[in-house]
Ligand binder design. Structure first.
Ligand SMILES: C[S@@+](CC[C@H](N)C(=O)[O-])C[C@H]1O[C@@H](n2cnc3c(N)ncnc32)[C@H](O)[C@@H]1O
Length: 246
């Protein structure tokens, strides 16, 4: 399953980079994300791991805030774009190949572990969260950002909005949006398809002994401008959940 997921993400690497890179070049979008990270992580300069960094957008935004950031990803094609984005901005981030469930780092190496839009395709979220806890220092923070991407998939409203969004994506990103579709067989094997999130994430964190668990719902209202909302809002709301390693 992991190989199939890696192939999916690699095949989507350039298309995803095109869609998401605009965050780095929009003063307002970047500011919104950086404000959220400062709210949950504080002002001190931290050693942060961005798991499933993809084209490195979150890692680069955090590094710009002065943090010492490492980004890991399973897909070399995603990492190629992360390196290009890093070079274009001349910001220092250590990008490496690595698996979210078996990280190439010693115990207690980081003050914070962040991940955005990653956990939903990780085969075993409990293993991943245990692994993220392992590399966190005591008192360190975990930040999970994700969505219920396929909720209400069969509603008429969502279907119509999706068609409208395909046209907008073609016009604004000049790409074929259908290349980003996950194979339905693979999609149906994902734990997140049947889960109610962020309740499920909260339970995983509680079971692993995290404390001070805090959920921010509908963060898309702060992190998406009108055009982003029209293009991707059909996928539903996104949430952030943060917790501290005891
Ligand atoms: C939707 S992209 C999100 C990228 C980035 N976090 C962002 O917010 O733009 C999901 C990323 O997670 C990576 N990924 C998925 N499963 C992974 C795993 N087990 N270990 C490491 N990276 C993984 C994919 O290769 C892809 O780059």
């Amino acid at each position: 399953m992991k190989e199939a997921l890696r192939n999916f993400w690699s095949s989507d690497a350039d298309s995803y980079n095109k869609a998401i890179k605009s965050t780095l070049h929009s003063v307002n979008l970047k500011k919104s994300w950086q404000e959220i990270f400062t709210e949950v992580l504080g002002d001190n300069k931290l050693k942060i791991l961005d798991v499933g960094t993809g084209p490195g957008i979150v890692a680069l935004m955090l590094a710009e805030l002065g943090h010492d950031v490492t980004g890991v990803d399973l897909s070399e094609d995603m990492l190629k774009n992360a390196l290009k984005n890093r070079d274009a901005l001349s910001i220092s981030v250590d990008f490496r190949k690595g698996d979210a469930e078996h990280l190439p780092f010693n115990d207690e190496s980081f003050d914070a572990v962040v991940n955005r839009y990653v956990l939903w395709t990780v085969p075993d979220p409990k293993t991943a969260i245990s692994e993220w806890k392992r590399v966190l220092k005591p008192g360190g923070k975990i930040v999970i950002i994700d969505g219920n991407w396929y909720a209400n998939e069969n509603s008429i409203k969502r279907k119509l909005w999706h068609v409208f969004s395909l046209v907008l994506v073609i016009l604004t990103e000049r790409k074929n949006p259908l290349t980003s579709n996950l194979d339905p067989k693979l999609k149906n094997k994902l734990w997140s398809i049947k889960a109610s999130r962020p309740d499920a994430d909260r339970r995983f964190l509680e079971q692993r002994g995290f404390k001070d668990i805090y959920v921010m719902d509908k963060i898309n209202r702060r992190t998406k401008n009108l055009i982003e909302h029209l293009k991707y809002g059909y996928q539903g709301d996104t949430f952030l959940i943060t917790a501290t390693k005891a």
